[in-house]
Design a protein around this ligand. Sequence first.
Ligand code: ASP
Length: 322
Amino acid sequence: MKVKTLLFLIIFQTSYIMSSDNFGIAVHGGAGVMKNLSEEQKQKIENKISDTLIKAYTILEKGGSSIDAVEFAVAELEDSPLFNAGKGSVYNSNGVQEMDASIMSGKDRMAGAVASIQRIKNPIKLARKVAESTEHVMLVGEGAEIFAKNIGETIVDQDYFYSEKNLKRLKKAKAKKNAGIQSATQDKIGTVGAVALDINGNISAATSTGGMTNKMPGRVGDSPIIGSGTWAQNGVCGVSSTGHGEYFIKYQVAREVCARIEYLDKNISTSSKEILNELKNIDAEGGLIAIDSEANIAMPFNTDGMIRGSITSKSILNVAIY
Ligand code: ASP
């Protein structure tokens, strides 16, 4: 056999062995309250989630990487005013939007994050640039924005994030606080995220948020914290969380889901449900999406609803809110 033919066979066989029939993606649009959604709003949200999933799935179907698929999906949702991330970010107590995001590749533990940024159109893209173009994992505030400017990332005026609906939410939250009434956590949260497995077995996860309505200026939630809001580990799982960030940080939720699979041999459904139940017991509200190395998906939540959807090589498009 000629050397060239032999080489071709080796390369072909290696890529055949390494690629898998199983791949897929899940996204969420937050576990915030959706009790009063009109039929029209519901439809808009479901359409945006379906559309995003189909486009991101096409990336994977064509052999694209999971990191590209999750970045694409999260950026799409950041550009929509329907979700609390990017354009739709909620206001802090000073009436300013401060955004957090993170992304992780389970292939090599590449991880990047940004926090408390105010003028970046797509925080998730900047988070990936932090991972790929700096020696750091997280950049915050002004430093992150200077970095964005230096690398040519899209910067927008704060007007871009203006939202009548979110201002109303802020007013309501302030009024309740002043009257000594505790707002339900569900009224203040929302986030977007994606997890994906590609044909090469690489798992990635990404999360982006405007945080919680009426949060203190400078407050950073779980979304940009690797291990809390986002985790990806090849051969085990990928997770993106949404919910009351302080609890998700203290309980290291995203990593915990994967740790129970890795060390206790639990499956993804049991592991993620268990954690959400444990959080409910301490009044910590939220949800998560998770994917394992065989494209099994879990999307549990302990709130009234969580905007979510998935599509894999072995399951059809599925989108739900309640
Ligand atoms: N986890 C986010 C935060 O605490 C909010 C959310 O997911 O809804 O900032």
